[in-house]
Design a protein around this ligand. Sequence first.
Ligand SMILES: C[S@@+](CC[C@H](N)C(=O)[O-])C[C@H]1O[C@@H](n2cnc3c(N)ncnc32)[C@H](O)[C@@H]1O
Length: 205
Amino acid sequence: MSDIRTNYENWYAGEEYYWGTQPASFCDELIKLRPFPKAKKVLDIGCGEGKDAVYMATKGYSVSAFDITENGIIKTKKLADKMGVSIDAFVADINTFEIDDTYDIVYSTGTVQYLFDENKEAFFKKIDKLTNVNGIAFFNVFVDKPFLQLPPDWDIEEKMWKSGELFKYLSDWKFHWIDEIVFEDNSGGIPHFHCMDSIICEKMK
Ligand SMILES: C[S@@+](CC[C@H](N)C(=O)[O-])C[C@H]1O[C@@H](n2cnc3c(N)ncnc32)[C@H](O)[C@@H]1O
């Protein structure tokens, strides 16, 4: 098992939710753009312990979610049970997953940095294939800036993206919102800065 996977398995092993159970703010943005029941199906790539996937399920969507960790998937199912919803949650690797289905909302937060360089193109082809026409996607990636140092807890298996690179892979889609921010973080106990690119976009054809 890779180190990064072992780390996440350990972080997710306890009863506590490592990332908490509050959904990320972008979930409500996606819901506003594609409300249920007009949009029905959602895919969360790298769902962790399921806080966002479960939130989307509570809003009525039929949600599929995967993560590389078994403990993350167990916690996702537990949270879904607690909230009285069911989710199709399974273990898969962002580099190799195969899904024979299509979705109205596809998203991934904090996970695309685990894509190997050689898989980026194929990954976004898969995203195109599994998103319905007029479906929307959200992604964010950590990007490299010459004025920022590598974060102290950055793992060798995480890959910094180039500024703007994410937008290039989705350039055939309609951009609803793009953003690049520099923000302070204290993960690992040492204050440091990250730069992150984010996008919400729509598949047009
Ligand atoms: C920063 S966490 C974000 C989790 C979740 N999206 C959230 O916001 O709570 C990154 C997640 O990526 C998962 N991950 C790491 N490498 C992966 C891979 N190759 N394939 C799928 N998931 C992976 C980790 O297990 C972890 O749950």
